[in-house]
Design a protein around this ligand. Structure first.
Ligand code: CU
Length: 148
C-alpha cells in the first residue's frame, strides 16, 4: 500500500514537471489554394511561444520572408530561399507578417500570431503603407488581420 502511494506520487510529479513540448506547424506555399492564387496555407495561424513553423515549398518558385517593420520589436527576421523549405522558431510574442518575395505584388502574404497579438494596432497601422505594393488581392492582408 505504501509503495503504491509512493509510485502514485512519483507519477504525479512526473506529469507536473513534464515540459510542454513545442509544436511544429506546417504552412504550404501554393500556386493555388482556398484563398485564390499565390497563397500561403493556412495564411493565418496562431501558435505558442517556442513553436516552430515549417514553410513548405509545396509548389516551386516561392519563399517565405518576414516583412521589415511588420514583426514584433526585438524579434528575429527570416528570409527563406526560393523553392526551399524553411523552419522558423518563434520565441517573441506578437503578430508577424511575412511575404513571398516574388509574389508580394499579388499579396502572397501570411500572418502568424505567437502568444498574444500585443502589437496588433501597430501592425494594422504600418500595414497600410506596406499594402500599397499590392496590385492584386488588395484586401487580403486586411482580411487576414481582421481575424485577430
Ligand atoms: Cu510566391
Amino acid at each position: 500500500m505504501k509503495n503504491t502511494h509512493k509510485l502514485a506520487t512519483a507519477f504525479l510529479m512526473l506529469i507536473l514537471s513534464a515540459p510542454t513540448f513545442a509544436a511544429e506547424h506546417v504552412v504550404k506555399m501554393l500556386n493555388m489554394g482556398k484563398d485564390g492564387t499565390m497563397v500561403f496555407e493556412p495564411a493565418v495561424l496562431s501558435v505558442n511561444v517556442g513553436d516552430t513553423v515549417k514553410f513548405e515549398a509545396t509548389d516551386m518558385a516561392h519563399n517565405s520572408a518576414s516583412v521589415k517593420g511588420l514583426i514584433p520589436a526585438g524579434s528575429k527576421p527570416w528570409m527563406g530561399k526560393m523553392s526551399k523549405d524553411i523552419s522558423v522558431t518563434f520565441d517573441t510574442e506578437g503578430l508577424y507578417v511575412y511575404e513571398c518575395t516574388p509574389h508580394k505584388m499579388m499579396a502572397m502574404v501570411g500572418v502568424i500570431k505567437v502568444g498574444n497579438a500585443n502589437n496588433l494596432d501597430d501592425i494594422k497601422f504600418k500595414s497600410q503603407q506596406y499594402k500599397k505594393a499590392f496590385v492584386m488581392n488588395k484586401d487580403r492582408l486586411d482580411k487576414y488581420l481582421s481575424e485577430f
